[in-house]
Design a protein around this ligand. Structure first.
Ligand code: AMP
Length: 211
């Protein structure tokens, strides 16, 4: 199954993606994680992406589609993928559709995780992330050790209020139309209430996917 997880920054995509992927027996692909790792390593991709990310702007579609093309060509993704943080623009939706079609595949479902803006702002103000495995946390402080891999937990620079406001604006302007694009193109859509416990939300998503 090829699933697109859709939702505002802070809706819980990074928390839910691995759980849904485990249940479906497929890997996740999170473009934000790929980009953050590239920034940390100081690769050409990371140097190109950093300024966009710090401002809360979108990295150009050509860069994102390049990442997705390289990743989906790997055998790990042959049985499907849970996409987290991509698709964020209509050109990305078109590019992904063409890419999957050339592999004899398609987006099987688009799951929109929905939470009110006040809750998003609250979540981002306490969110930390492991600098190594990128697991997001709401209950750990910068400098703590990641229970998952032992890496150091930190704040994301784009979770600060100015960047958060810009990311919400960018979502409304550039990403929200993607859901309508999928609607127009006949994709299976699921809108899931993403308030509540992590386990409850995972169950709602799996139920929406018929699992
Ligand atoms: P995320 O971890 O998904 O919140 O992504 C963090 C940042 O990486 C975003 O604010 C963008 O700057 C960049 N990014 C990640 N995925 C994409 C994408 N599909 N399109 C454009 N920019 C992206």
């Amino acid at each position: 199954m090829n699933i697109v997880l859709f939702g505002k920054p802070g809706a819980g995509k990074g928390t839910q993606a691995p759980k849904i992927a485990d249940a479906l027996g497929v890997p996740t692909l999170a473009t934000g994680n790929v980009l953050r790792a590239a920034v940390k390593e100081g690769t050409p991709l990371g140097r190109e992406a950093k300024a966009y990310m710090d401002r809360g702007d979108l990295v150009p579609d050509s860069v994102i589609l390049g990442i997705v093309r390289d990743e989906l060509a790997k055998p790990d993704y042959a049985n499907g993928v849970v996409l987290d943080g991509v698709v964020r623009t209509v050109p990305q939706a078109e590019g992904l559709a063409a890419m999957l079609k050339s592999l004899g595949r398609k987006v099987d479902a688009v799951v929109s995780l929905e939470v009110p803006d006040e809750e998003i702002v609250r979540r981002m103000s306490v969110r930390t992330v492991c600098s190594s495995c990128q697991t997001p946390y709401s209950n750990l402080s910068p400098g703590d050790r990641c229970p998952n891999c032992g890496g150091v937990v930190m704040r994301r620079s784009d979770d600060e209020p100015v960047a958060v406001r810009n990311r919400l604006k960018v979502f409304n302007a550039q990403t929200a139309p993607v859901f309508d694009w999928y609607k127009r193109n006949g994709a299976r859509l699921a809108v899931v209430d993403a308030n509540g416990s992590v386990a409850d939300v995972t169950q709602r998503v799996l139920h929406a996917l018929g699992r």
